[in-house]
Design a protein around this ligand. Sequence first.
Ligand code: G4P
Length: 558
Amino acid sequence: MTAPALSGAALADQIARRRTFAIISHPDAGKTTLTEKLLLYGGAIHQAGSVKARKAQKHATSDWMALEQERGISVTSSVLQFEYHGFQVNLLDTPGHADFGEDTFRTLVAADSVVMLLDNRKGVEERTRQLFDVCRRRRMPIFTVVNKCDRVGEDPLKLVSDVEAELGIIAVAAHWPIHMSDAVHGTMFRGVYDRRNKRAFLFERDEKHGADKVATTSIALDGPNDPKLLEALGNTDEALQAVEKLAHDIELLDMAGHEFDPAAIASGEMTPVYFASALTNFGVEPFLEDFLPLAPAPVGRDSNAGRIEPSGEAFTGFVFKVQANMDPRHRDRVAFLRVCSGRYAAGLEVTHVRTGKTFKLAPPQQFLGRERAFAEQALPGDVVGVHDRGSLRIGDTLAAAGAPRAEGGKLLEYVGIPRFAPQHFARILSKDPLRRKALDKGLRELSDEGAAQAFFAESMMGPVPIVGAVGMLQFDVMVHRLENEYGAPCTLEMMPYRFPRWVTGPEAAIRRLGEAQDLTLLRDSKENFVLVFRDEWRLRWATDKAGEQGLVFHTEAP
Ligand code: G4P
């Protein structure tokens, strides 16, 4: 049954309650743990596997590939959806490993805000900084969570000022940790103080290591010095010390810190800071409660026909990720689509703008790790999986008739989905000559997916497959998937190239240049010519020569 169309006001309400965000962090800061806890609080799972249990199973809810499980890293982005207190949450899970930047960066384009997760001993780390820069450029609202507060870390005051100094963003403590010593456990994370609402949340330690929601007492206060807090903490010497420390820190923050400013948060100039322990669930719920109302609902997105508002009536959306073989039992390909305007509903006829082909939308699929569910409809801000036989590519726009048109009358296309030039190249050597066809198919499909890019060198023996990747780990993923998903076992031989340039111009001139100075000429999977260079010296030389011969170099596929 198709869901009935929504009236304008009902659609506006639905858009207003949507929150689409991603978590960015350096590996090991606790992203997987936090993701799992958000699902626990969102009711999407009923018990969180403790990290130990998860390690034993080598499996977290958002991981699905065997390789992820073997390595204990998260390779693919997935989309997790749940409801929380009236909000419809779309959590885009980004890969954590440093080498999977490409996929992560593209996922950020589909998000409206980000949660920046920091380890309380390490603060801002390299990977955090890189991802932060991408969000900053897009002026995305950024919410900071300092994790692992159950163990002693850096002084929170230092962590907040490091965020400011290292990232150049104004950091304002929204919550502040309450630590208290205890003869048995040493320093304990007892709760958080909500500065704006003058409220303390105190957590009860249990023996379940965060599998269940944590029992929390919420107390309205006149300020950190309110005797109610001391009383709630047990009125002991240790409680007094904890309250004095809290009052001291809050006074410093009030005097020397910045004013909380929702407009500055919305424009990405200010980040509110929260303190939590994803492992024990402490602080997770107070964070969610504060974060969701502050985080932006879906906003307008840029296209070649101008800015498209989510309230626009006609359906539009763009593909930010393609994933083949999500379910090994059904060999399929799913394109992840961010809905930007209108309503995605089964049976709706849409145009694949790049090719001009039209097709009818299937029921939207929503994801919870391995599980797929069919929803009735998807609205702006939602991310859905579209089954596809191979025509959809990253960056493609789908639009219903009636959507705005660009100059020339063609339906709009969304802009700004980043592409990255590979920096490493390897020749692929098939271990089984009989599987050569499967290998070519796998290379083409994985290349469309953005897992790595496939190229071919011409040779007397026929085209030699070469893969290019932004990070070295992408090669391992590629080899693993070629063998496991396409039955095409292969090995890699690294090549010394670092800089690819797509070349356009007369073919004879391109070939002449390719033969000069020991350069290597390749074709990409769309038959475009690509020259690959070992060093910048050769690249500069060839750039000069290309200009003289009427050739044009491009840093990405034309
Ligand atoms: P990631 O996805 O960001 O890479 O991090 P992940 O959640 O896998 O967490 C990395 C490690 O940090 C895990 O330890 C996890 O238990 C731990 N961790 C996550 N959140 C917290 C927290 O709030 N407090 C504490 N104390 N630890 C946390 P692990 O994989 O078991 O490694 P190990 O610590 O046992 O060596």
